[in-house]
Design a protein around this ligand. Structure first.
Ligand code: NAP
Length: 344
């Protein structure tokens, strides 16, 4: 099978399209014919080997531990292991492989069944591949850390990006009044996905305009944690899911939320924290239901074929993607028996 392989750390050019052995599923695994994947921030670090700390905590000290990168997938089940209960050949699935070995930038991948859920029936494979990581980060940031409630005033900083476009729609589905912060060219798009108000960060500083929010979700950009605290209502919650992609302030937003958040939270009623994504099948199914109900629709900026995965990552790494960047994989068509479980 074809796969985009990364055998050493370096610039995006180290990614190479190669012919590699097709995996076969273990007893507890599902073999998926990948139709699409999408690009996430962790993949950039897994190619560059930065920050170095990531190498010490499992990415691979001298070279990438996982040579086939990519964590979001949407595709069709080709075969299942003997112990697999939830899926059968022909099922259309999607999932996040970040905690089970990656491997999405390939024609096939073998994964534990719990990493997958049935694909939302109303979505194309490309749309479904845009969902897993970004939407679940947005969901967990708003619902779990942010304790979002109907009627609350919620601000999404980075509303036009991969996580932000899901966050705006998910917050609306919970009945919140949503303000989206983004750049000038994306104001209309953020309004079109449901934001009640939009703020252009190039023209207005939302932390200094006197308005306050019950919940702020910051997906990107950089502001001091004290600015965010100023923009919160007296018992408001600030959740950082990410931070600036590059420049001197890269990662500062994340470290401030992680290290200072708990201390600042102890000094009053406002809560400030960092989200750590917890990948789980239940939240994928939660998103499937929201998507099938038409309450959320993935926003896709550009699609790149598998052979141009490096270009896709370069474009995303610019930090101004409008929604998600998707990688499409040429599907291998097959006819499936109707009913019954087939083991291959
Ligand atoms: N906590 C976790 O577990 C977790 C999991 C996954 C990812 N992440 C983090 O999520 C981040 C990536 O998010 P993403 O994929 O949504 O990024 P993205 O798709 O690149 O989106 C970034 C968005 O931020 C906006 N932006 C840029 N500068 C801004 C500023 N100064 N103020 C406000 N908005 C600004 C951009 O808007 P315009 O284009 O309109 O300028 C862009 O649409 C990374 O930091 C990553 O580490 C965290």
């Amino acid at each position: 099978m074809k796969a985009m392989v990364c055998t050493k750390y370096g610039p995006l050019e180290v990614l190479q399209l190669k012919e590699v052995e097709k995996p076969s599923p273990g007893d507890d695994e599902v073999l998926v014919n990948v139709h699409a994947s999408s690009v996430n921030y962790n993949t950039l670090g897994r190619v560059s080997g930065k920050p170095f700390l990531a190498r010490l905590v499992g990415a691979g000290l001298l070279k990438p531990k996982h040579q086939i990168l990519g964590n979001d997938i949407a595709g069709q089940v080709e075969a299942v292991g003997g112990n697999v209960q939830q899926f059968r050949p022909g099922d259309e699935v999607f999932g996040d492989l970040a905690e089970c070995g990656l491997g999405a930038f390939a024609e096939y991948v073998s994964v534990p069944e719990d990493a997958l859920a049935l694909k939302p029936a109303n979505l194309t494979f490309a749309e479904a591949a845009a969902v897993p990581e970004a939407a679940v980060v947005a969901l967990q940031g708003l619902r779990d850390k942010g304790q979002i409630k109907a009627g609350q005033k919620v601000l999404i900083c980075g509303a036009s990006g991969g996580i932000g476009t899901f966050a705006v729609q998910i917050a609306k589905s919970f009945g919140a009044e949503v303000t989206g912060v983004c750049g000038t060219r994306n104001l209309d798009m953020v309004r079109s996905i449901g934001a009640d108000h939009v703020i252009d960060y190039t023209k207005e500083d939302f932390t200094k305009n006197g308005r306050c929010y019950d919940l702020i979700l910051a997906t990107a950009g950089y502001r001091s944690i004290f600015d965010y605290r100023r923009a919160l209502n007296p018992s408001g919650i600030y959740v950082a899911t990410g931070g600036s992609m590059s420049g001197p302030k890269a990662m500062a937003q994340i470290y401030q939320a992680l290290l200072l958040g708990p201390w600042i939270s102890m000094t009053g009623k406002k809560k400030l924290c960092m989200l750590t994504l917890r990948i789980n099948q239940k939240d994928l199914v939660f998103m499937k239901e929201l998507l099938e109900a038409g309450k959320v629709k993935p926003v896709i900026d550009r699609r790149f074929p598998l052979a141009e995965a490096a270009e896709a990552l370069r474009y995303y790494g610019g930090g101004h993607a409008r929604g998600k960047v998707v990688i499409t994989v040429e599907p291998n068509h097959k006819t499936w028996p109707i009913g019954g479980k087939v083991c291959q």
